[in-house]
Design a protein around this ligand. Structure first.
Ligand code: ZN
Length: 152
């Protein structure tokens, strides 16, 4: 296991700031063009103190049979929200910013978020879980949006 360098810690801090600015509840390094297995997230409620976390090399080692459906959005697919069903609880192993190997149990919004972000590391977007028709609709809308932006 490679140790967590100052550079990686700085990257994690940058990503947390980017996520908070967006604002979003999660961000994966590939979303900002960095091919590292690093995700950050903070699923605390608006009236709670922020508690951002950074997970290096996160891996789902257990997922519950019980499922949960949340409306998901993604900073990579602006203004699109669709319901996605995933395991309701997961256990994830990862390395934290101090280089410590950890295992965490996530449920609720945190479970959905950590799975969504780990998907990014594997090149999967939440729209990949939708039906072909819905996906075609969304990619069509995104293309249109890009064209409009290019014209602006
Ligand atoms: Zn996303």
């Amino acid at each position: 296991m490679a140790s967590i360098t100052d550079g990686l810690r700085a990257l994690a801090e940058d990503m947390i700031a980017t996520m908070q600015d967006a604002p979003g509840i999660g961000l994966a390094a590939p979303q900002i063009g960095v091919l590292k297995r690093l995700i950050v997230m903070d699923c605390t409620a608006k009236d709670e103190d922020p508690a951002p976390v950074a997970l290096f090399n996160p891996t789902v080692v257990w997922s519950s049979e019980a499922l949960n459906t949340y409306e998901e959005g993604c900073l990579s697919i602006p203004e699109m929200y669709e319901e996605v069903t995933r395991p309701a609880e997961v256990r994830v192993t990862f390395t934290d910013t101090s280089g410590e190997q950890r295992e965490e149990h996530y449920d609720g919004m945190w479970a959905t978020c950590v799975q969504h972000e780990i998907d990014h590391l594997n090149g999967t977007l939440f729209i990949d879980y939708l039906s072909k028709v819905k996906r075609a609709m969304i990619t069509g809308k995104m293309k249109k949006l890009k064209k409009e932006k290019a014209r602006a």
